[in-house]
Design a protein around this ligand. Structure first.
Ligand code: BGC
Length: 512
């Protein structure tokens, strides 16, 4: 792709992506180290969401009130989601006003307090308070880590680096399943399971103290020399000047928004931001409504349908599902900057759709097997259908993990203007957490009402809507600089004529 860049200060006029000194994923250890450190936020996210199902079994043994009340059990599980909803919404604002580094440190402190409170909880109510704190920390981290990583990343590897944070999420979930298995024989089981999460948060806090603030945020806040010092660690001298020129041009365009204080309502007043937010938040909602967390939740049941009856074996096999999810995320890291976000999401959703239909058929056949001995006598029931379901499950994870797992987080870290990147990213992460809560709270009731097979069919219908949504509303952002992305939204909102007027604006034209 050739990019003709007219009028950019210091630009030679033509930037050819292939002649640009491209940075590869492993070529800059500084950026990779920064990504992994920020990604500890993802690890806490994944660990915290995964560990509770196992811990709950033992919490029930220790507290009679928990054992006797499903409301308390549900509150223990969902209080972290409530915290994450609040944390993501407020965390976006902390990001824009105080910076990405301070937001990460705040998230760590809140998370550490929450973990220790849970670990020492004398009764279920203090435990619930701890869950709220941990959720707040996870919510702030869920918006901060992708933005911090994206802003330090060279555009050609930005997708892969942000997806690395998602690998930390799926890795964290895998780890939590391992811990669930490992701590079963240890006294004080659940206290260890919940308290041990403070360790990575402490590690991240200590490492973050030595890492810089995001160079883009620094530049926007007029701390130009500090921004330059950070960028010097990422780019060689030629590329450095190019990046600084682009930052200067963007800063000029964003002058107005930099001068006034940013507010949530601004997002809805600007047409281009509305479009971007619609695409970003829609992706986040569809990520959850296409059922990832219910499929993960249901994996032991599906595996048991295949005839593996023992609990231990079912747990082990769901560990394999979590491992597949993490391995699939690695495929996403490799593909996201090659295929592009849009194409990856479309492929991913198509596979998710097929696998949901398979899962749905398996459950529908299973229930008709239970009530119809004729099919049973054909020998197709039980293990035949069970294996069919396991294939559906494996296909679902294999298709979801590389695409709909990382794409929403990546796209949301790169489609908003600098001054509103935190606020918009935070609002759309809030949409993700609210959708997660809605799915978690309604899934079992819907299953009771219409049956598992029909429930998966409904989710398949949502996958069709998601395909249409991505096709119509989500633009490709692969390899684009933040400035090019901003220009693209202006063009989408006002047409290319309107977006190219103005003395400080650059005219970019993409020639295939
Ligand atoms: C989602 C989580 C989900 C995880 C599992 C993430 O991208 O946001 O809700 O549990 O992927 O793959």
């Amino acid at each position: 792709m050739t990019i003709i860049d007219l009028g950019a200060p210091g630009s030679s006029g033509i930037l050819d992506a292939s002649s640009k000194r491209e940075i590869s994923f492993f070529s800059n250890m500084y950026v990779l180290g920064l990504t992994v450190t920020a990604g500890i936020g993802g690890l806490l996210f994944g660990y915290d969401t995964g560990v509770i199902s196992g811990a709950l079994l033992y919490i029930r043994d220790d507290f009679k009130a928990v054992n006797d009340s499903s409301v308390i059990q549900e509150t223990i599980v969902s209080m972290a989601l409530v915290g994450a909803i609040i944390g993501a919404a407020g965390g976006g604002w902390i990001n824009d006003v105080y910076g990405r580094k301070k937001a990460t440190l705040v998230a760590d402190v809140v998370f550490i307090i929450g973990s220790l409170v849970m670990c020492a909880a004398p009764d279920p109510y203090i435990l619930i308070l701890g869950r709220l704190f941990v959720g707040l920390g996870v919510g702030v981290a869920s918006v901060t880590a992708p933005v911090y990583i994206a802003e330090a990343a060279p555009s050609e590897i930005r997708g892969g680096l942000v997806a690395t944070n998602v690998l930390m999420i799926t890795g964290g979930q895998f780890l939590s399943y391992l811990v669930n298995l490992a701590f079963t024989e240890v006294p004080g089981t659940w206290r260890w399971m919940l308290g041990v999460a403070a360790v990575p948060a402490v590690v991240q806090f200590c490492l973050m103290v030595f890492l810089p603030e995001s160079p883009r945020w620094l530049y926007m806040k007029d701390k130009k020399s500090e921004a330059r010092a950070v960028l010097e660690k990422i780019y060689d001298s030629d590329r450095l000047e190019e990046e600084i020129d682009q930052l200067a041009a963007a800063a000029m365009q964003d002058l107005e928004s930099r001068k006034r204080s940013v507010s949530y309502m601004d997002v809805f007043k600007s047409k281009e931001m509305r479009l971007a937010f619609f695409a970003g938040a829609g992706l986040q909602a569809f990520q959850q409504f296409t059922g990832i967390n219910t499929v993960m939740y249901y994996s032991p049941t599906i595996v048991q349908m295949a005839g593996f009856a023992s609990n231990q074996l079912a747990l082990l096999l769901s560990l394999i599902v979590a491992a597949m999810n993490a391995a699939g995320t690695v495929v996403g890291i490799v593909l996201i900057d090659r295929c592009g976000r849009r194409r990856l999401a479309l492929f991913s959703l198509s596979g998710v759709l097929v696998s949901l239909v398979i899962l749905s058929l398996a459950f529908i056949l299973q229930s008709s097997c239970n009530s119809n001995n004729q099919i049973l006598s054909l020998g197709f029931c039980n293990s035949g259908i069970g294996w069919f379901a396991v294939v559906g499950l494996a296909l679902y994870i294999a298709c979801f993990a590389p695409g709909m797992g990382p794409v929403p987080w990546t796209v949301n870290s790169e489609i908003y203007p600098e001054a509103y990147r935190g606020i918009c990213g935070g609002m759309s992460a809030t949409v993700n957490w609210i959708s997660n809560l809605i799915v978690a709270q309604t899934f079992l009731s819907i299953v009771e009402l219409v049956g598992t097979g029909t429930t998966f069919l409904i989710i398949a219908g949502i996958a069709v809507l998601a395909l249409l949504f991505v096709y119509i509303f989500v633009p490709e952002t692969k390899g684009l600089t933040f400035e090019q992305v901003e220009r693209m939204w202006k063009e989408r909102a006002w047409g290319s004529e309107a977006s190219s007027s103005g003395s400080s604006q650059k005219l970019l034209e993409y020639v295939a």
